[in-house]
Design a protein around this ligand. Structure first.
Ligand SMILES: C[S@@+](CC[C@H](N)C(=O)[O-])C[C@H]1O[C@@H](n2cnc3c(N)ncnc32)[C@H](O)[C@@H]1O
Length: 252
């Protein structure tokens, strides 16, 4: 602080001290809120109603790219993960497209794409963005069900940056729906939190352990679960909060 004071003066350094104090208070309050949520079994900001409200009023001006850490990261996630597990020419289901950050690629490779979102605003944005695409349909979901999709009719399911915001009970309902709609041999790739937000990021209470248990209870076979992947010389992380991506298969 002495150097900061000498180089920047009293007024600026006071603001620096305030900044550190406010950050430290924010961190403590976040930790306390997370503890209270667990202790009292509260939904926090991740109930169906809160998710609907938050994402309906989100500023979608940047199209969700505010969550893309780098162009290289997005390209690698697309090439090494999305394209690896989604069936080209197949019927693909996306949960929570937002403004279509991954939908652009999914729509290009799918024979037919169905994207569902709890936010009617996101569905409107996607309908406008993909207006000329006759292989894509966009539906509002109630937050735990896959509407209007027939049993055993889907080849692949993709969801990124969505289950990190969905609490365990609704995630459990979605997994039941995945079991209903995914054909035998079909794959799903779902990004979710690891530790219920202990390491920040406003994550839901869905942990990797719970998600694994839900999948196994519903008869899915887990193929891989990872927090980072290698692409040539580079190693990329799913997110800065230790999130995971789980790929699973319906063994039938
Ligand atoms: C952080 S945004 C991510 C959007 C997009 N997947 C992306 O990566 O850019 C979260 C998205 O999940 C959707 N969402 C949240 N809870 C949901 C739920 N229970 N069912 C379906 N969509 C949900 C939101 O409406 C929003 O579009």
């Amino acid at each position: 602080m002495r150097t900061a004071l000498l180089e920047n003066g009293f007024f600026w350094t006071t603001h620096l001290i305030l900044y550190y104090a406010a950050s430290s208070i924010a961190d403590s309050v976040y930790t306390r809120m997370n503890q209270l949520r667990t202790k009292r079994d509260l939904p926090g900001i991740h109930s169906v109603a809160m998710n609907r409200e938050i994402w309906r009023s989100w500023d979608w001006e940047s199209g969700g790219e505010e969550w893309t850490p780098s162009v290289e990261w997005k390209k690698s996630l697309t090439d090494s993960v999305l394209l690896k597990y989604m069936t080209k020419g197949g019927r693909i289901l996306e949960v929570g497209p937002g403004a279509g950050r991954w939908t652009e690629t999914l729509q290009k490779i799918a024979g037919h794409l169905i994207a569902i979102d709890i936010s009617d605003r996101c569905i409107e944005i996607c309908k406008r963005k993909f207006a000329g695409c006759d292989n894509a349909e966009f539906l509002v979901s109630n937050g735990s069900e896959v509407p209007l999709v027939e049993d055993d009719s889907i080849d692949s399911i993709w969801s990124f940056d969505v289950f990190v915001h969905i609490n365990a009970p609704e995630a459990g309902e979605y997994v039941k729906e995945f079991k209903r709609v995914l054909r035998a041999g079909g794959h799903a790739a779902i990004h979710h939190g690891q530790d219920g937000g202990v390491h920040g990021g406003w994550r839901s209470n869905l942990t990797s352990k719970t998600f694994r248990a839900i999948l196994e209870a519903n008869g899915f076979r887990i193929l891989t679960q990872f927090a980072e992947w290698r692409d040539g010389e580079q190693v990329f992380k799913i997110s800065q909060y230790g999130d995971l991506l789980t790929v699973f298969e319906n063994p039938g």
